[in-house]
Write a protein that binds this ligand. Sequence first.
Ligand code: HPA
Length: 277
Amino acid sequence: MDPVYEKLRSCYQSCRERTDFQPKIALVLGSGLGEFAERIRIESVIEYSDIQGFPQSTVTGHRGRFVFGYVGSVPVVIMQGRVHYYEGYAMSDVVLPIRLMGLLGATVLFLTNAAGGIRKDFQAGTLMLLKDQISSFVPSPLIGANIEELGVRFPDMTEIYSRDLQEIIEWQAKEQEIPLQKGVYIQFTGPAYESPAEVQMARLLGADACGMSTACEAVAGHHMGMQVCGISCITNMASGITDRPLSHQEVQETANRIGKQFQTLVWHSIEAMGKER
Ligand code: HPA
């Protein structure tokens, strides 16, 4: 068996020894959204460190566990803490948790993150619905032997972010009176924030926000047939857009400030998605 698939299967077995929970929706929590997991009706929790071979998140402020439970009546699995490429893991390890949640039964992948705002009409605190992405600056998670059990060798990427799910989220934002922008996300490797010239390049390429996660996860989820959606919390304007230097502290502060609104939008969107599935 392909070693990447073998590891995935073994992590799957390890989870199944601990829970038989069947999630419909997989949610990845970015900075500042972490406490969302504590608001749901929790059925079980698996620490990443209890899954043999599972990549461990090393960033302070990021936890490392799967939380299984219900948002209203919708069964979900939540990643409280994700793994980033800049932590030194192979891309196949970075997306292993996404694939694992797919194998556990999730048909929807809901990605969230903190991101730098590139578009000038954004500001710290803007929420941006992802309509497309640029992942060309990080290695594809699909490089290597194709795992036929998951998807095809040359997957179509015309609609990485499901239009149906975008509509649901936009509708919920209106209902909840939460301002929501829409844009293109670009993933860089990090861990350094971008230089102003890199941000200008990203702008010319059509990106509205930049970050260090998400796009690779969306590719892996879409490859295996999950319906994908994503929301960025613009925690700061990207480098050079304003003359303020960037700091992880500002990112965390904005994420905490907007956290409640962000959580409300995610909560209602998941409930609405659950009804349609
Ligand atoms: N750049 C990259 N990643 C980020 C940023 C940024 O400006 N803000 C939060 N995550």
